[in-house]
Design a protein around this ligand. Sequence first.
Ligand code: DMJ
Length: 641
Amino acid sequence: MHPPSRQEYISISFAGQGSGSYNNSKHWRRQSCWRKWKQLSRLQRSLILFLLFICGIASYPAVNEHLRGLTDGDQHTDSNSVLKPVIPHVLPEPVEPGQPPLPEQTSQRKLSNKRGPPVLQNRVQMKGNASNTVVEDKAADGKKEGEEEVISWHRPVIDTDQATEGTKDGGNKEYTLSNQKAKPSNLSASLLEAVKDAFRHAWKGYKDFAWGHDELRPLSKSYSEWFGLGLTLIDSLDTMWILGLKKEFEEAKTWVATELTFNKNVDVNLFESTIRILGGLLSTYHLTGDTMFLDKAKDIGSRLMPAFNTPSKIPYSDVNIGKGTAHPPRWTSDSTVAEVTSIQLEFRELSRLTQEPQYQDAVAEVMKQVHKLDGKLDGLVPMFINTNNGQFTHQGIYTLGARADSYYEYLLKQWIQGGKTENQFLEDYLQAIKGVKKNLLQKSSPNGLTFVGELSHGQFSSKMDHLVCFLPGTLALGAHNGLPADHMDLAKQLMETCYQMYIQMETGLSPEIVHFNMHQGSIRDIDVKLADRHNLLRPETVESLFYLYRFTKDHKYQDWGWEILQNFNKFTKVSSGGYTSINNVRDPDYTSPRDKMESFFLGETLKYLYLLFSDDPNLISLDQYVFNTEAHPLPIWPSTA
Ligand code: DMJ
C-alpha cells in the first residue's frame, strides 16, 4: 500500500501544470518551498543549514540589541508588556472644564520662545502667548512652508479602545489637528491646574484598574505587583497633599489605615521600599501631622532592619518583611553602591522621630565604611560593594548614572538634613564634584553641550543616563547652601543639556540613555542607540528644573517644564486613565507603549512639575525641607545649638 499522499505534493501538482491560475497564498508558497527542500540532496540540505546557522550567529548581536531596546528598563520592568500590540494615536478627547486658577497663579507671563543657544535646533517651537499652541518645527519634520500643524496643549495619545496593530499611517495627521476647546484661556495661570489635571488622570487609571496594587498597567487596564504593598498609592500620598487633592488623599489615607499591612511574606528591595514607602510615609506624617502614617513608617522601618545583618554590615539588597530574613540577589553577594548609600535620610529621620538610635546607627555605619574604602577615583565610587567583605567590587567603572547616582545626592542632602554639621559628608561631596569635573565632564560637538560621561578602566565613554539629570538640581541646591558659585554655573550648563535631551527627540521626550558626539565635524550632538530609546516617565530633569527655577527665578525653566508636560500628555497619556512608559521616543507615530505607569510618575515627576510651576517659595521651602531621592520632603533638623 502506498502511504496517503502528503498535502504538500497535492499543491505542487497544481502549480506544476502551469495553469497560470495557481493560488498565490502563503499556504501555497510554504508547500512549494517544502517540495523544493525535499528535492535537495542530503549534502545540499546540510550545506544550507550550516550557512543559515552561520548567518544566525552573525546577526545575533543586532537582534539582541533590538530586543534589549524593547525590554530594558528599571529592574522590575514587566517583560510581557513588550509583546503588546502598538496602540495608535487618536483624536483628542474632550477636556474636563478647567478649575479656577489657584491664588498663587498670578503671572501673566508669555511662554518663552528661547530655546538655548541659537545654534541648537529645537524640534518644538512655541508661538504666541494666549493661543497656547505648539507649532512643530517644519524644517525638522520635513513639512512644506506654510503647512503649520497646530497641536493642542492637552491631548491624549493612546486610546485603549482603539488598540490595533500598525499605527504608522495616518495616526499623526489625526491628532495633530488643533483642539481649540482644550486650550486654557491663559496658559501661565493654568500651569498648576494642568499638573493637577495630569495627576487626576493618572489617579483615575490607578483607581479604576489598579487600586491597592503596586503599579497601573493602563493599556491592559490592569496592574502589576512588585512588592504587593500598594506602591503607587503610598508614593502618591504627599503629592496629593501638596497639590491640594483632598478627596483623593482621604480615599488613599483610608486605604493605608484599613488595608495596608506589612505583615506579609514578601521579598522587597531595601532601597526601593525605603525611598518610596518609608520615605512616603514619613513625609506624609510631617505634612499632615497624622500619627497613623508615623506608625506605619515605624512598622516598615523595623521590618527592613534584618537587611543589615550581614558579615560586613553593608546591607543586603532584599528583605522578607514577613519572615524577617534578608538576602542578596540570587546571582551575587554584592549590593549596589547607590542603594546602600541612599537610604540614610529616611532611617536617620526615623531614629529622630522615634528616639530609637538603631536605624540611624545602621545607615551611619554604611557611610562610615564607604567613606574609608579604597577604590575611589577622586571621590567617585564604583557601582558595587560586597556584603561579605565590605569592599568595592567591579572596580574601575565610574558613573553618575545608574547604581551610583544617589550616593552623591545623599552626601549633600545628609549634610543639609543634619543642619550642615556633619562635615564628612560635605567633604566627600565636594571631592566628588571635583572628581566629576576632572574625569567625567566633557563638551559635545558641534554645539558644545556640557555633559557627564562615564569612565571604564581609564577609557572615557560619552554615555549619559537620563538619571544623571538629577545632578543640575543637586548642584544648585549645594550652591544655595553656600557651596562654590561655580557649582551653580555647572548646574545651569547641565540643565540645558538635559533639556536638549528632550527637545531634540522627535517626541520631545528624553530617551533613557544618550551618547554625545565629541569628534569635530559631527552634525548633531546627541545620538541614541536602538536599545536606549525608551522613556519611563522619569523625574530627574523636571526635578532639576524645579531647583533651578526656585533659585534663579528664570522663567525659561518653567517654560521647559511646560513643554515636557505637554509631551507627556501628547505621547504617554492613555485615554481610559493613566500614563504609560514608551519604548520609542524617536518616532511620534510609533511610540510603542510599554503598558506601565511607574509609581515615581506620581510620586516625583508630577510633584516636581507642580512645584516648578508654583511661584510660592514657601510651598515646601528648601530651607525647611530636603527631598529624599523619591521626592518625599523630610524636615531639615532644627539646630540643637
Ligand atoms: C526613582 O525611584 C528615584 O528617583 C531613584 O533615585 C532613581 N530612579 C527612580 C526615578 O527615575
